[in-house]
Write a protein of this length. Structure first.
Length: 302
């Protein structure tokens, strides 16, 4: 059952990272393209390559085709993140987060048709409870209806599909190839994506301007954020080696629940950094969501 710890390390650390992302987007990228933020993600992965190469001596054993597909997984992961950051830049995190529920849905379909994964009735029920429980966290009662936001929907649907395909490719090769070898080439794909961004003159100018005005803050805050995000990604991908793709991605969708939990902690301990409503109705709603998620996890791990 150790895979469950790694599966949950993803949403827990990603929830922390989401608060960092929102802070960075609001503070430094309000009037800049969020694609520049991905340059830090690419750099973080690039810096780990020498260490992985030293530890894992089999990185050049996969075929050229396998290496190319794993690199593609890294490129797709960065693309999914770019869709997410653009959505986060234009709307509230509480509005964007529910769309992560599309990842396990796409993941289930892909795993069914490509990997031939079959889930038991209990696992399907548990996965549904996890997704429903997480969606409950995102419901806002007593608020006026908002207009349909086609751009947001398209961005996050693309994010969900691309992230699911990336996870599928990683799982496919992480099982057949060594985990760290697969991770190495995925990080190469992320670095290639970063190099492509640097080839765009406007992104280079924005990066230089950001460093000139906020170098220390960007390096400390974003550096910490990237390490947290890296840990979550590695834990989530490691869990894919031991559990069905749809189940791991359903657990990953609990990020929304943990975003709320950490938001409450920030509201209580550091109100200047974040605020969440703490009315009895909100707490009851989130408690019910947590209970559904816990029941879902119990079912999928039977």
């Amino acid at each position: 059952m150790a895979w469950l710890f790694f599966a949950f390390s993803g949403p827990v650390l990603w929830a922390v990272s989401t608060h960092f992302d929102k802070y960075l987007v609001e503070r430094y990228f309000k009037h800049s393209d969020v694609a520049v933020l991905l340059l830090f993600t690419a750099l973080c992965g690039l810096l780990t390559l020498p260490f992985i190469a030293y530890y894992e001596r089999t990185i050049f054993e996969p075929s050229a085709t396998s290496i190319a597909l794993i690199i593609l997984s890294g490129v797709l992961y960065m693309g999914a993140t770019l869709f997410y950051l653009h959505a986060l830049q234009s709307d509230e995190a509480s509005v964007v987060a529910p769309f992560f529920q599309t990842v396990p849905l796409f993941g289930y379909l892909l795993a069914f048709f490509v990997l031939g994964e079959r889930l038991s009735g209990l696992q399907v029920t548990g996965g549904i409870l996890i997704v429903v429980g997480t969606l409950i966290v995102s419901v806002r009662f007593g608020q006026k209806a908002r207009r349909f936001k086609l751009r947001l929907v398209l961005l996050m649907l693309c994010c969900g599909l691309v992230a699911a395909v990336s996870g599928l490719i990683f799982k496919l090769f992480a099982i057949e190839v060594a985990f760290w070898t697969t991770t190495f080439w995925m990080f190469v794909g992320e670095a290639i994506f970063g190099v492509a961004l640097l080839c765009v003159a406007s992104y280079r100018r924005q990066l230089i301007d950001l460093f000139r005005s906020n170098a220390a803050a960007l390096l400390t805050v974003n550096g910490s954020n990237e390490l947290i995000n890296l840990g979550g990604g590695l834990g989530n991908r490691y869990a894919l080696m031991f559990a069905p793709l749809a189940i791991v991605q359903a657990i990953s969708s609990t990020t929304t629940l943990f975003v709320f939990v950490f938001g409450v902690l920030l509201s209580v301990l550091f109100p200047q950094l974040g605020r969440e409503t703490l009315s009895w109705r909100d707490l009851l709603q989130k408690g019910a969501a947590a209970a559904l998620v816990a029941l879902g996890v119990a079912l999928v791990t039977r």
